[in-house]
Write a protein that binds this ligand. Structure first.
Ligand code: ZN
Length: 206
């Protein structure tokens, strides 16, 4: 039996890839001029070869080993379809949470019932995160490159932080001074309680 980890990788062949300057260092001016409030100077790594098959994501080859599926003390709220996890290690933003279906669904195969429940939940999460003192806005992101299990991110943008507008906010999380554990726990509780006010349960594994 073989899986993607054992297959030899080869460059992707597509019209898009054929024109890319692999090995060259891209000019990052687009970032420093596009998000001048956050970046003054950036040096990009040379563009690396784009190879397939890609390394499998967590839980992709063996869903039984999926970390997102496991019960965790970091689940701060859950209902029938969805759960919100946070507080693994407190970083610079007032709140950073992961939103995932309770069951092991990928975006590609998630039942429409589960996906439809996300719309109203997104609204509730935004309101819950904004109820943290000092938070102006809740950003949402979905990348799904690390774990195969469908998950999205909710990021709290500090009030007045114009340097955190848009995609730049995710980078600030690693640069701002980490919030104290007591403050982080308080913020988890605020978000969990606000969500539970509309249904579901808080901290199911604590
Ligand atoms: Zn999973």
């Amino acid at each position: 039996m073989s899986d993607a980890r054992e297959q030899e990788q080869h460059p992707v062949e597509s019209a898009y890839h054929a024109r890319l300057p692999i090995g060259e260092r891209m000019d990052a001016t687009a970032l420093t001029e596009g998000l001048p409030w956050a970046f003054e100077q950036i040096t990009m790594r040379p563009l690396e070869p784009m190879l397939v098959p890609e390394q499998p994501r967590g839980g992709e080859v063996d869903p039984q080993s999926c970390n997102t599926c496991k019960p965790s003390p970091h689940i701060i709220w859950q209902d029938e379809h969805w759960k919100v996890s946070a507080g693994w290690e407190f970083s610079g933003l007032p709140f950073l949470g992961a939103i995932a279906p309770r069951e092991h669904w990928l975006l590609e195969n998630a039942p429409h019932e589960v996906l439809a429940a996300y719309g109203p939940l997104m609204q509730r999460i935004s309101q819950a995160v904004k109820s943290i003192p000092g938070v102006a806005r809740c950003h949402f992101a979905r990348w799904n490159d690390g774990s195969a299990h469908l998950h999205l991110w909710a990021l709290a943008r500090p009030a007045g932080m114009m340097q955190g507008r848009g995609a730049a906010l995710a980078f600030w999380d690693d640069m701002l001074p980490p919030i104290p554990v007591e403050m982080g726990e308080e913020h988890l509780r605020i978000v969990a309680d606000a969500l539970a006010a509309g249904g579901g349960e808080t901290f199911p594994h604590r």
